[in-house]
Ligand binder design. Structure first.
Ligand SMILES: [Fe+2]
Ligand SMILES: [Fe+2]
Length: 495
């Protein structure tokens, strides 16, 4: 597929968002100018409140831009226009009334741009709508600020013209107007940006990828499919790369399956790369997308089900908030063509890295080692019971002499059973009890040595050596486990 990574409509929306950000920055600067110039306490307090909301909304806008996933550049002419307004606002050429009036116009512009972006998003796709949903907060608050400015303008205007305050009851009217607005849009106002923790940001991305896949599956228009896929490709790879930079390193000390989800991320990115080369009009394209969806979902489910609670339990609220902004910053860096390596390079670096080139290596996975210890525990139990109960029958069958002191054999197999329990404990949390593993290596190697010695002497039926070989195999596996654990923290904390 000749992937259209950037659709023109999406770029146009990105440009609008960049302009909203520039405008929001100007609004904040103007709020400060007005606060410094106004002597009326009531107005100053209201402006102060607006300034706080405007600052918060700048953060919301930045989140939306990163979440949206397409970087846009502000047009030169718009930038110059805003700079000119800022000059005027800071000069003494305008009266306070005129400055407030100018600010009201800018608030109007911000509201209308926000609303236009929303309408455009409805046309482009549900994924865009989801990404820019927090804009509702900005639209609503800019609209509410406009209502307040009507009041401010009335006071300043009457004052400038007559030297007197306008009649009472003005703020009550303003409050009524704001309340009416809340009834209309208040319900869609989302949580504020500064409350977001890493879980919220990751969930937002996961949902967006679901929406994009649904859009691809629903659409029969190859151009649309290409556009959605282009966005999906960018979103998922950038999300995965940012997770590897910010989230997984913090997760590793607490989560022994971290390497599994790192591998899954690499697998998902590699699948995406394969899909990029596919023809969207081919009859099996949607089946391929569905396969991709299952791989992605499996990974996302593990993250949401296992990893998120671990982050919540082990990191403070502050740390989770910090991680959210680090994650957004990492995404921003990867998205930015100037600062980052080309995404394509990053993705192919990931999918061709050593771990991936070597194919799937079970030894990097905690589950594999859990199974190893479980298996050895069960082998010990079965072996112990078989020899405790059936030693006589086995000796009869092999036509070997009966034991003269069966109590020694019984003591040995009793120990074998108990050591099996110890291996089971290891399997329950492979980040702990590593001394049991060391003990197991010594015990199993000595069992092999004794059995091999007697087999060589001819004093033991060779069949017994089988359990010695099994022990030696597990001793070697246990050594591998300890060395894998020492060379990297992938298997969790050492005991
Ligand atoms: Fe992930
Ligand atoms: Fe994720």
């Amino acid at each position: 597929m000749t992937t259209l990574l950037e659709d023109t409509k999406r770029i146009a929306i990105a440009r609008q968002l960049a302009e909203m950000k520039a405008l929001q920055t100007l609004l904040i600067a103007n709020d400060r100018v007005l606060i410094n110039g106004i002597s009326d306490d009531e107005i100053r307090q209201r402006l102060q409140k607006m300034l706080e909301q405007d600052e918060k909304n700048l953060g919301v806008l930045e989140t939306v831009m990163v979440q949206y996933g397409v970087k846009g550049e502000i047009q030169k002419s718009v930038e110059q226009g805003l700079a000119a307004i800022q000059n005027q606002m800071e000069s003494s050429r305008l009266t306070l009334f005129e400055k407030a009036f100018q600010q009201e116009l800018l608030k109007h512009q911000q509201t209308m741009t926000g609303i236009t972006v929303h309408k455009a998003a409805q046309v482009v796709g549900a994924d865009v709508e989801a990404a820019i949903a927090p804009l509702h907060t900005i639209n609503f608050e800019s609209r509410a600020h406009q209502e307040q400015f009507k009041g401010i303008l009335e006071i300043l205007g009457v004052l400038e013209l007559t030297g007197q305050e306008p009649d009472q009851g003005l703020w009550a009217r303003v409050e009524d107007a704001v309340a009416a607005l809340t009834g209309v849009v208040g319900s869609v106002v989302t949580r504020t940006d500064d409350e977001m923790i890493i879980r919220d940001v990751l969930l937002m991305d996961h949902t967006k990828s679901d929406i994009l896949i649904a859009e691809i599956l629903q659409s029969d228009d190859p151009e649309k499919v290409q556009e959605y896929f282009g966005q999906l490709y960018k979103d998922v790879s950038i999300h995965g790369l940012a997770e590897e930079q910010v989230v997984y390193p913090a997760l590793r000390p607490y989560y022994s399956h971290t390497e599994e989800i790192v591998d899954q991320t690499d697998g998902v990115i590699a699948l995406l790369d394969e899909l990029k080369a596919a023809d969207p009009t081919a009859p099996d394209f949607k089946a391929q997308i569905k396969r991709f969806r299952s791989a992605l979902r499996e990974h996302i489910n593990q993250e949401e089900r296992d990893a998120f609670p671990i982050l919540r339990n082990n990191l403070s609220h502050e740390q989770q908030k910090q991680m959210a902004s680090d994650f957004k910053a990492a995404k921003g860096r990867i998205q930015d063509p100037k600062e980052a390596l080309n995404l394509q390079d990053l993705v192919s670096q990931r999918s061709s890295n050593d771990r991936y080139k070597g194919g799937f290596n079970p030894m990097n996975h905690a589950t594999f080692w859990e199974r190893v210890f479980q298996t050895k525990a069960m082998i010990n139990w079965v072996e112990a019971i078989v020899f405790l109960v059936g030693d006589r029958f086995i000796r009869d069958a092999l036509q070997t002499e009966p034991l003269m002191n069966p109590e020694y054999s019984q003591l040995f197999y009793g120990l074998v059973f108990i050591i099996g329990i110890a291996y089971w404990w290891v399997s329950q949390d492979i980040t702990r009890n590593h001394d049991i593993v060391r003990f197991g290596i010594l015990a199993q190697s000595s069992v092999f040595a004794v059995l091999a010695y007697h087999t060589l002497l001819g004093s033991l039926h060779p069949l017994y050596l089988l359990s010695g070989v099994l022990d030696l195999t597990f001793a070697i596996l246990f050594i591998r486990f300890l060395s894998a654990n020492a060379s990297s923290p992938i298997l969790g904390k050492k005991s």
